[in-house]
Design a protein around this ligand. Sequence first.
Ligand SMILES: [Zn+2]
Length: 283
Amino acid sequence: MKQILLKIIFVGIIFIPISFIRAETTKNEKPIKILIVPGHDDKNWGTEFRGVREADMNLALATQIYDSLKKDKRFDVYITRDSQGYTKEFSDYFSLQKDNIMSFETDAKNKQEEEIKNGTFVKKINVRHASAKPEVVTMLYGVDKWANENKMDAVLHIHFNDYPRDDTTKVGKYKGFTVYVPEKQMVNSKESINFGKSIFKQLSRKYISSTYEKEKGGFVEDQSLIALGSKGTLIDSVRSVLVEYGYIYQKIFNTWPKRKVAYKNMADLTVTGIKNYFFANKK
Ligand SMILES: [Zn+2]
């Protein structure tokens, strides 16, 4: 009995201080919450080029970014879908919260209309994006609502680009990546822009930014994308950035081995951009 007691005391002496130290270091550093959103899904897969679907490319890249951030204890990282489709968290949320998401959507639209009418919000011309189906739109609103409620620090939307053109079986004329950020009037704009710049800086070390004149050198403020919190759908603490990593028909993506290299490089650069923003560039 005495021996056991001594053992407990001994173990206690060693372990209590360690747990104290742990508690001290984690108390001030709450993990950074990031939601990764691989754009589109298996039902509505975005653009497509010669049998390669954008949704699959988005998922491949998103998964690498997710896995890499997951290894770093300073992050608490989430993803909306995996190879099986939407994760349970999100498929449940979309179905159970459907009515709430729809009223969230209606409220946001009404509020924005009012703001435009009374002049507190000025509508600008945005780059034309393919319009999404109503069910897809509702899911995007759902992601914003979830990100607000779950206090995300950042949301990263991952896409590959295309533009309206006659023959989509042919290689198009533009190339390069674009980082989309919320326009200045939006409440989450300021830090989203800084967050986006950090990712842009890394990607431009290896890749050219968009040659499409409307994408203004690859860094674009936008007020129409729900992903970025259009119509006030993201609260000010939720940074949001949407990256179009390149045009789907570009040579760097035209074989599986090349895509594999691109995913790896793009994931590494994005993660560096994210870490630099949260840890290195803070004054
Ligand atoms: Zn897309």
